[in-house]
Design a protein around this ligand. Structure first.
Ligand SMILES: NC(=O)c1ccc[n+]([C@@H]2O[C@H](COP(=O)([O-])OP(=O)(O)OC[C@H]3O[C@@H](n4cnc5c(N)ncnc54)[C@H](OP(=O)(O)O)[C@@H]3O)[C@@H](O)[C@H]2O)c1
Length: 285
């Protein structure tokens, strides 16, 4: 079994571990320490990006874990992203190669970080496919693409776009996009799954957590993966990395799931860098 028997979602035949470890805002040294520690705890999916300026030390953390016999390369799933300034063909291929070199491995998944109106989508999607053909990544996908654009990109792509990584947590609905991903045979990956820590003060989540003998963070991550959505929480603390991994031994009832869904609110979005040329899905404003 891949990924040490961890729960996965399958998108266009590709298995992706439902729980990953995020590395945004981790300083290079913290990234190395935390990635190695996350793999030791049991995470089998690591998320980084060129713009996080830590691909090299994320790669070092993975290499440390491999050297110590904690994991093998093929038992982990590694994602990185093409920054928006590299969307022309040549720049995209250059960065794809650079990212693989920095990581010290061919990533499993290479995403377009945020949609841009220029260059035209067909050039960028074509270049992303070329990056895969040239062996700079195993698979390709998107990040922060609203449904209409997600459909356009899927229609333009030769290879399947196996995920669309977007902000998703209890305070932001992504019902439309989750349905779009399902229709397209793709998947959704939730960034800021803990609403950047805001869930820690939530009374409803606290109530449910108490009933299960779990923490606010564990209930929130369970709510996400129980929908078949991938979650990639980030922490700079070893104890929290272990806490956030301990979500596979309990289940939320349909009623508990619904109570958390009901927390979505119109001002729930935390990070909005969508180009003015595009619009979010109506339920995710
Ligand atoms: N594609 C994109 O555009 C995009 C955008 C943003 C993020 N991402 C990816 O998604 C990952 C996760 O998102 P994120 O880093 O924005 O936010 P997050 O995972 O929702 O929250 C991280 C924050 O929550 C705290 N935290 C961690 N575990 C906790 C727990 N169990 N209880 C309470 N607080 C907890 C952390 O603090 P401590 O460090 O003190 O524990 C940190 O401040 C990123 O690291 C990145 O890989 C992608």
């Amino acid at each position: 079994m891949p990924y040490s028997n961890q729960p996965t979602v399958t998108a266009s035949g590709v298995e992706i571990p439902l729980l990953g470890f995020g590395t945004w805002q981790l300083e290079p040294d913290d990234a190395r320490r935390m990635v190695r520690e996350a793999l030791r705890i049991g995470y089998r999916h690591i998320d980084t990006a060129w713009i996080y300026k830590n691909e090299k030390t994320v790669g070092d953390g993975i290499a440390d874990a491999v050297a110590e016999g904690i994991v093998t390369r093929d038992d982990i799933f590694v994602t990185t992203k093409i920054w928006v300034e590299h969307f022309h063909r040549d720049a995209l291929l250059r960065q794809a190669e650079e990212s693989a070199l920095s990581l010290g491995l061919t990533p499993d998944l290479l995403l377009l970080h945020w949609p841009k109106p220029t260059p035209a989508l067909d050039e960028t999607i074509g270049a992303l496919n070329e990056a895969q053909e040239k062996g700079f990544t195993r698979h390709i996908g998107l990040s922060n693409f609203p449904s209409a654009l997600f459909r356009q990109a899927a229609a333009l792509s030769t290879a399947p776009l196996i995920t669309n990584q977007v902000e998703y947590h209890p305070y932001l609905s992504q019902k439309t996009l989750i349905e779009t991903a399902r229709e397209l045979g793709s998947s959704i990956t939730a960034w800021s799954p803990l609403a950047q820590g805001q869930i820690a003060d939530d009374a409803v989540i606290g109530d449910i957590a108490k009933a299960h003998g779990k923490t606010h963070g564990q209930v929130t991550l369970r709510w996400i993966i129980q929908q078949g959505v991938i979650a990639i929480p980030r922490t700079a603390k070893e104890t929290r990395a272990a806490e956030n991994f301990d979500i596979f031994d309990f289940e939320l009832s349909a009623e508990e799931m619904a109570r958390i869904h009901a927390l979505a609110r119109p001002d729930g979005r935390l990070g909005d860098w969508l180009d003015a040329a595009f619009q979010w899905d109506k339920d995710a404003v």
